[in-house]
Design a protein around this ligand. Structure first.
Ligand SMILES: Nc1ncnc2c1ncn2[C@@H]1O[C@H](COP(=O)(O)OP(=O)(O)OP(=O)(O)O)[C@@H](O)[C@H]1O
Ligand SMILES: [Mg+2]
Length: 227
């Protein structure tokens, strides 16, 4: 699904990623943890083709994305990747339904197709009766679930999430985390999640520990269950 090999990245003289290798299989939920400044967001942005590495190779869904031009890359991103950020980043002037439909439109879906898919997803998230609400009429937890629906609308190979529950209270956090695993169990959805939440990391299949731009170690769910 995703194979990244020897990824490096520097900002000026600061080497932020020092050679990262990682493989993610379909249907896996992988977490990336580590101290602030470790390079987690930088790695996720590079995996998501939002930023280019200095060196190394990234293959997503069978495509070597390093070879794509900027135009082809945004099209690829729209069709193959979904993003969820700490703050929902919904467009304030559009309803929940419209926010979920937008990436489908961009990918060339008809209005009817986009609406059908968006309503199915909102229904799955328990948000059908909130479809016509604008973001400022939704709770924090609801906004994050709309953001997850938007990330899913084009059936992405993988959803990349950067501290998706970082701005939620305990209850909404637990609900959002459960949603990720429900989506994996029901649709085989693959996730890579950067998180500071130890509870969430403990639930994932594999946790990548990043420090100073290097993977220090990886723990699998089996390791976690043995502890
Ligand atoms: N655009 C940029 N220009 C210069 N330096 C940057 C840029 N983006 C990130 N950095 C630096 O790269 C390092 C890694 O940043 P990154 O955002 O990947 O960390 P992180 O692990 O996500 O941290 P946090 O847990 O605080 O979000 C930091 O030292 C940061 O200051
Ligand atoms: Mg970060």
């Amino acid at each position: 699904m995703i194979t990244i090999s020897n990824i490096t990245k520097s900002f000026g003289s600061l080497q932020v990623l020092k050679g990262i290798d990682l493989q993610v299989r379909k249907g896996e939920v992988v977490s990336i943890v580590g101290p602030s400044g470790a390079g987690k967001t930088t790695l996720l942005q590079i995996m998501g083709t939002l930023d280019r590495p200095a060196g190394g190779r990234i293959e997503i869904d069978g495509t070597d994305v390093s070879q794509l031009s900027t135009d082809r890359l945004s099209d690829f991103r729209n069709r193959h990747l979904g993003f969820v950020f700490q703050f929902h980043q919904l467009l304030p002037e559009f309803s929940a339904l419209e926010n979920v439909m937008i990436p489908a439109y961009i990918a060339g879906s008809s209005h009817a197709q986009a609406k059908k898919r968006a309503l199915e997803l909102l229904d799955f998230m328990g948000l059908k009766d909130r479809a016509n609400h604008k973001p400022n009429e939704l709770s924090g937890g609801e906004k994050q679930r709309v953001a997850v629906a938007r990330a899913l609308v084009n059936n992405p190979a993988v959803i990349l999430a950067d501290e998706p529950s970082g701005s939620l209270d305990t209850r909404n956090k637990a609900e959002l985390h459960q949603l990720f695993f429900d989506l994996r169990d029901r649709f085989g959805q693959t996730f890579v999640i950067v998180t500071h939440d130890e509870g969430l990391a403990a639930l994932t299949d594999r946790t990548i520990h990043l420090k100073d731009g290097l993977i220090t170690h990886t723990t699998t769910r089996q390791d976690k269950e043995e502890i």
